[in-house]
Design a protein around this ligand. Structure first.
Ligand code: FES
Length: 71
């Protein structure tokens, strides 16, 4: 694993791009990944938790910015 700080980048209308982090499954086991990988946030991937590009066909839309809570 890299000595650099791990990053998570929200992609507009797409996945979460992870760089430099370990992915741990619900069973506590490390899921093998490359140094960078993409996690699905649309719910349509056939390869969860990874993005397989299905968000495009599903028409997933989200700007990838933070929506501050409204009161
Ligand atoms: S974000 Fe890419 S398949 Fe869900």
């Amino acid at each position: 694993m890299s000595e650099e700080q791990a990053t998570v980048t929200i992609r507009a209308n797409g996945s979460l791009r992870i760089k430099g982090a370990q992915l741990i499954g619900a069973d506590g086991e490390v899921i093998p990944t490359e140094e960078s990988f993409s996690l699905c946030r649309c719910g349509h991937s056939d390869n969860k938790p990874f993005c397989d590009g299905a968000h495009r066909a599903a028409g997933f839309e989200h700007p990838g910015t933070h929506n501050a809570p409204t009161e």
